[in-house]
Design a protein around this ligand. Structure first.
Ligand code: FES
Ligand SMILES: [Fe+2]
Length: 412
């Protein structure tokens, strides 16, 4: 899909040029309308976004909308069983074609002048338009989509980054968890009065976890430095191996993705002794995922793109989405997955399932909103990052690199 790309604005270019590695970002990155516009075009629209599970639209005719900022995408299951991602923009005069958030349809009829599209987006009929209308050229536009372990990812880039490397590296690693056989158990949205980057920066470091997250610290070790975590990981490795879980990613910090690849990382880390999963009491929360035969008291961090971190426990998955909603407003969305055959109220209890990340995210919301107030102050001066903020430093470096770069396929 050919989307226009703007030149980077002078203000943004100057902020990038003046950035000093090792320090936090300058104020303008969080407060400027100009930088926000460049962020949207060069980062958000170019990256991949978790849009739902294939299992949400299991049968031909099933559809759901994925909406981000001003864009709307129809995700439909065609008569051939394939999933299609279609721009929800009529090829006549541009109306939204599908207005329902989800449902089942035989075809999509535009509410404006009733052009009719098939489930794969092809134009089926256009009232009173004559026989010489080139119907084949007027199907709904395709939006780039990837199906990755049952998860649908969508991008708005003209030439999005590739999933080849992440598939080659992580398909076997993720196989024991059978993510394609999960369903959405719960989802919650947390509005945060802060620039989207402050949410990502916060998620990427656990320097703040010791003071801010007593609940998280009961199960997770990442508030400690690497030397103190290492013995827990060493003890966990044989437990993971016994369950058929790859041990290559224990203590590994961030993969270097090849040029042109979606940005991704994967790691596996031990929880505290006695913690099977991320729960209030350390006890299991739901049936074991996939083919797992037990708990190794560990969890995996998976990133697909810059905006979709996931935490894979042995009995559930937590997917995070960071959604810009203005230069100083964002939505933090959390989606909890359990095995597809698990029954709510019997096999899992939503309140228990969501407890840890609900309480942690509410605490983060307060921290991040205070952070936004501070970075907007006349007294703000970017300070040095700690060693425990290595992932935040990695995010900032990737962010600045992408922001400075000409989006692939754009006509600048
Ligand atoms: S805008 Fe859709 S039929 Fe006219
Ligand atoms: Fe936090």
């Amino acid at each position: 899909m050919a989307l226009p790309a703007r030149n980077i604005h002078d203000e943004t270019a100057s902020l990038i040029a003046r950035h000093r590695p090792g320090l936090a970002l300058a104020q303008g990155f969080y407060t400027s309308d100009t930088v926000y516009a460049d962020d949207i075009e060069r980062i958000i629209m170019q990256d991949w976004h978790f849009a739902g599970l294939a299992g949400e639209i299991p049968d031909p005719g099933d559809f759901m909308l994925f909406e981000l900022l001003d864009e709307s995408v129809i995700l439909s299951r065609g008569a051939d069983g394939m999933i299609h991602a279609l721009a929800n923009v009529c090829r006549h005069r541009g109306s939204r074609v599908c207005l329902d958030q989800r449902g089942t349809a035989r075809r999509f009829t535009c509410p404006y002048h009733a052009w009719v599209y098939d489930l794969d987006g092809s134009l089926r009929s256009a009232r009173l338009m004559g026989d010489d209308l080139d119907r084949a050229a007027l199907g709904l536009k395709k939006v780039p989509m990837e199906l990755f372990h049952g998860m649908i990812f969508v991008s708005f880039a003209a030439r999005p980054t590739s999933f080849a490397a992440i598939r080659a590296e992580l398909d076997p690693v993720l196989a024991p968890f059978a993510l394609e056989r999960t369903k959405i158990a719960c989802r919650k949205s947390y509005p945060v009065a802060a620039n989207w980057k402050l949410l990502v920066e916060n998620y990427n470091e656990c320097y703040h976890c010791a003071p801010a997250h007593p609940e998280f610290r009961r199960a997770h070790l990442t508030h400690m430095d690497a030397a103190r975590i290492q013995p827990f990981n060493a003890a966990m490795a044989p437990r993971a191996a016994a369950l058929g879980i790859a041990t290559d990613y224990i203590d590994k910090v961030g993969a270097l993705c090849p040029e042109g690849s979606v940005d991704y990382t994967f790691s596996r880390h031990s929880l505290y002794d006695g913690c099977a999963t991320g729960s209030e009491d350390g006890q299991p929360l739901a049936p074991l995922l996939g083919n797992l035969a037990g708990y190794d008291n560990a969890a995996s961090d998976l990133y697909v793109g810059l905006l979709n971190p996931m935490l894979i426990y042995n009995d559930h998955v937590v997917i995070y989405r960071f959604i810009p909603d203005g230069k100083d407003r964002s939505i933090h969305e959390i989606i909890w997955l359990v095995r597809e055959d698990a029954e709510s109220g019997k096999d899992y209890h939503p309140d228990r399932l969501t407890w840890l990340w609900d309480v942690t995210t509410i605490a983060d919301k307060a921290i991040i909103e205070d952070n936004q107030k501070g970075v907007a102050s006349r007294y703000y001066d970017p300070g040095p990052l700690a060693e425990m903020e290595a992932y935040t430093a990695r995010f900032l470096a990737t962010y600045l690199d992408r922001l400075a770069r000409h989006p692939q396929g754009a006509n600048e």
